[in-house]
Ligand binder design. Structure first.
Ligand code: ZN
Length: 673
């Protein structure tokens, strides 16, 4: 591992912060924290923490000795000075003289001693940082250190490799207990460079950020070179094989087993390296032993699900395997819970795996959002690799099951992942014609309420523009082409695990008198206003059926379907067919708990109803454009956001199917029976 510290780069880096009057040691702290955070072999996604001791003034202008320590919710790779709340250090040290303090009390106490009460919560390891006398303290979960710790002879190896330079701290639950342990073992007189936290990670310290960082890199290098010089055991790998099923076929099936209690996103990953890591013949029993550092349990659960479907030739067979394995996982998890739970107030978490490894295929990771699923996947990929390396040279051994459990059910860890779930959390919503005014408003509505939203559109320019903004997944697709749509849907299944709600919104309006419209133009209208909806709905319903978790189809129909307008026949006739399609899906797939509903909107300014077209439509109805847009019973103009609201409400109306909701400000002629 390379030492990336550079005085020259630091000078440039600190210049950016000059105008903010930030203490130089805090800028130094930010700089080396980022160096640590940028290497996934040291920390991953919010793991690890760092600190610096300094002086700070409170709002009354009184000076205090403080410790700036990483705030929770911040990631070392991109942390800013604001990510380091300042805590008065002297009261913290007094807290260590108590015989016991609960972790919740400790967090409250630390918060009370913040210089700025609006700061984020300081790390749960704040007390450990405060005990160390050196100015700078760095803590990581370095893979190389974990590779050495998590062996049967981990303790003696650590002592041999690091000697007297590093204090050896036996495994203790993070939080107040770990702080007490460090308080008991550490003394300034020891003259040490750092501490090895058995089966947890490593601390280094120093009077400058460079010294502390360099000590971290040197220690990791020492561990790495020890590992490199060891002979390797022979690992038996299963033969690589092409599995009969693809990841996009498997994903919706798996998702069906997972989304019983709530919805989850299922993200798939695979490559040569991953395949080599997961094809160990004994992978299942090895991974059952536990985690490499306690922090990982909230990402991976105490053990993943490991499957081998190499000889599975039929879908029935595959479902049988899944039935059995999910039942088994559930039983194993409940057993683990019952064996380790200490009080009856603790509620069991959803007894489903957070990671599903399919040998010869890849890793599926599960989360309440795509982001969470990806983080869980990153952590598990790295941890499976590290465990594999341990097995190559020794035997992987984890902390005790009880210790893993205590961290998994620790309120401070759960707080990291627990966000109040929005109504749409874990749901996958696909919007066709999503780059248009109504499509985009609808996509945003669902996204704001916690759903994962993908929009597709055949307007390539608009899609590329939206994709570059990166706020919503935008894919180019011509929805009138079934194969094109199927490919996009496969991609969605691999990334998200499936689909829950289809907003079938694509449409186009062509104006012409019936006797003058060419057959080709009429066909074109039917292609986009009817057949594209049939393609989207039929392919989406197949996925929904695999998931066995219901589903929701939402069609953007039009009031033209029941109340035709002059010279608008090609639009009205195709939309009338769409209305029938919406009802047909409600009829045929209700038994699968798949609902089908539509919205009849009217007179909304959009890409479809352009200014020019509004003028024409107004003229054909002998009225002004303003009157045309407000020409309804409520005398109110209707906007794309109103249509989005209707789609959203229909999606949430769990017991409504075959319904058409009008969004037109009230129009008796277009009202439904
Ligand atoms: Zn840690």
């Amino acid at each position: 591992m390379k030492n990336l510290y550079s005085k020259k780069i630091f000078r440039k880096f600190s210049a950016k912060y000059k105008k903010y009057r930030i203490p130089v040691e805090l800028i130094e702290r930010v700089y080396t924290s980022r160096l640590l955070g940028s290497d996934p072999r040291l920390v991953l996604h919010g793991g690890g923490n760092t600190s610096v001791k300094s002086i700070s003034k409170d709002s009354d202008g009184e000076s205090h000795e403080v410790i700036y320590v990483k705030g929770s919710g911040w990631d070392l790779s991109n942390i800013e000075p604001g990510g380091f709340p300042a805590v008065k250090i002297n009261p913290l040290l007094k807290l260590l003289n108590k015989s016991h303090v609960s972790d919740e009390e400790m967090v409250d106490f630390i918060r009370k001693n913040l210089i700025d009460l609006s700061s984020p919560n300081p790390s749960v390891e704040t007390l450990v940082h405060a005990i160390i006398k050196d100015k700078f303290v760095d803590h990581t979960h370095s893979n190389a250190i974990l590779e050495i710790c998590n062996r049967p002879n981990g303790k003696s190896l650590c002592q041999d490799i690091f000697g007297k330079d590093f204090l050896f701290v036996p495994y203790v639950m993070p939080g107040y207990r770990l702080a007490k342990k460090v308080h008991e073992l550490y003394s300034d007189e020891l003259n040490i460079k750092g501490m090895i936290l058995y089966r947890h990670g490593i601390f280094t310290f120093g009077e400058t950020s460079e010294v502390s960082y360099t000590r971290m890199i040197n220690a990791v290098n020492k561990a790495e070179s020890f590992i490199k010089n060891q002979n390797k055991n022979k690992i038996i790998k299963i033969r690589s094989k092409n599995i009969k099923f693809t990841s996009n076929e498997i994903a919706p099936l798996l998702r069906g087993y997972l989304c019983k209690k709530q919805n989850y996103i299922l993200n798939f990953r695979s490559n040569k390296k991953i395949l080599s890591d997961i094809n160990n013949k004994n992978l299942k029993s090895i991974l059952k032993r536990g985690v490499i550092t306690p922090d990982h349990v909230i990402r991976t659960k105490p053990f993943p699900m490991v499957l081998n479907i190499d000889n599975c030739n039929s879908l029935r067979n595959l479902k049988n395997i899944f039935d059995k394995q999910f039942q088994k996982y559930r039983m194993d998890y409940i057993k683990y819970f019952n064996n380790n739970v200490k009080n009856n107030k603790t509620l069991i978490l959803d007894p489903i795996p957070q990671i599903v490894v399919i040998q010869n295929l890849g890793i599926f990771s599960i989360g309440k959002s795509l982001n969470e699923a990806k983080i869980n996947g990153d952590v598990s990929e790295m941890s499976i690799r590290t465990i594999g390396k341990i097995e190559e040279r020794s035997h992987f051994q984890s902390i005790k099951k009880q210790d893993i459990f205590d961290v998994e059910y620790w309120s401070l860890e759960q707080a990291k992942i627990k966000k109040s779930p929005n109504q749409m959390t874990g749901k996958v919503v696909l919007v066709t014609g999503g780059a248009g005014t109504i499509g985009l408003a609808t996509a945003k509505k669902f996204q704001q309420n916690g759903a994962e939203v993908i929009i597709i559109d055949k307007d390539r320019k608009k899609i590329e523009n939206l994709a570059s903004k990166n706020s919503i997944e935008s894919l180019y697709c011509d929805i009138t082409n079934r194969n094109f749509f199927k490919k996009v849907l496969e991609k969605i299944c691999v990334t998200y695990g499936g689909i829950d709600i289809l907003v079938s919104n694509a449409g186009a309006a062509i104006q012409s008198e019936m006797i003058n419209i060419s057959d080709q133009k009429l066909l074109e209208s039917f292609n986009i206003n009817f057949f594209s909806h049939q393609i989207a709905a039929s392919e989406s319903v197949k996925i929904m059926q695999s998931q066995k978790n219901g589903g929701c189809l939402l069609f953007n129909i039009s009031k033209q379907s029941v109340n035709p307008g002059m010279n608008f026949g090609s639009y009205g006739t195709s939309k009338a067919a769409l209305l029938a399609l919406c009802k047909q899906y409600a009829l045929e797939y209700g038994k699968f708990k798949i609902r089908s509903n539509g919205v009849n909107a009217d007179r909304i300014e959009s890409g479809l109803l352009t200014n020019e077209m509004i003028k024409k439509r107004a003229k054909s109805r002998n009225t002004s454009t303003e009157k045309y847009l407000k020409g309804n019973l409520l005398n109110l103009q209707v906007f794309a956001e109103d249509v989005a609201e209707a789609f959203y409400n229909l999606a949430n109306s769990e017991k409504t199917s075959a319904a058409i909701l009008t969004v037109d400000g009230g129009n008796i002629e277009a009202s439904m029976r």
